[in-house]
Design a binder for this molecule. Sequence first.
Ligand code: MTE
Length: 326
Amino acid sequence: MLIRTPSDIPSSEITPESVYLKRRQFMQGVGAAALGLGLPSAGFAASEDPRKSLDFSPVVKKDGNPFYTDEKTPSFAEASSYNNFYEFGTDKTDPARNAHTLTTDPWSVKVEGHVAKPGNYPLEDIIKLMTLEERIYRLRCVEAWSMVIPWVGFSLADFIKMFEPTSDAKYVEFTTLYRRDEMKGQRSSFSTIDWPYTEGLRMDEAMNPLAFMSVGMYGKTLPNQNGAPIRLVVPWKYGFKSIKSIVRMRFTSIRPKTSWESIAPREYGFYANVNPEVDHPRWTQRYERRLPSSLLSPSRIKTEMFNGYGEQVAGLYKDMNLRRNY
Ligand code: MTE
């Protein structure tokens, strides 16, 4: 994602009653403690605060399930030591080295804009109310590498429904934490990003069943370098859309300006759908390096349209020129 100088840049609808009641109390602003939410979400080992000691036992999924793939995953160590998280530096190994400085507790997500239920929602309440599940997704970076990651989290659509967006909500903007004293990259005078990092989705994209909020991976709490304590995962889009360490979601009627689009609009578009037919101005997007790879085993594979999720998402873009709307 390093860029050049500007001159080079040529549920089903039926909610079980118990869940409904819990959510209603939550939306009325009562904290989890007051609710007596002793119930851990499905799949969890009982724990006071699942965010701290996530120990998730996934239900095994089968082929044909869009939330699953049996492609090889890197080890946890590999997936948490090769990262893009510019708040902690621009080298792939910087986030693992520097992200321990991030405080993730307490954490809350501020919800604002065109919703009936705006507010500041503590993460532990969110996690207890959402149904956690595992999804094994391909993550394809715009830099032409990819990994297969087993995430733990919940459906973004289910999350959004809790805030009751109004008909004026056409987009949702996500914002990462801005905390210079804990995020080395935000203090750097060489940084190209106008902090905080922001991203956005059109509402119908956000409501697509594939869109996911992750709080864990490999059955464990999300490591800081992978976007703790809560991040977005949109597997049919280039990885930069999957914004990390989210503190704000704003529902808007106009398209939000996103970080990479603001820096280099000719290189990084708002849609950023994985598309082997539309090259990046400086490299091809036809192929990708599937990690882990090595000199002897480069693992170069063909990139799939929508990262292989066309069946689920192609309909979102059926009337759009994807060459123009990259
Ligand atoms: N989110 C924030 N806040 N800052 C970042 O620099 N990098 C993005 C995305 N989310 C980034 C971010 C990019 S370019 C990619 S490819 C993915 O995170 C990488 O996720 P991973 O490190 O978990 O593999």
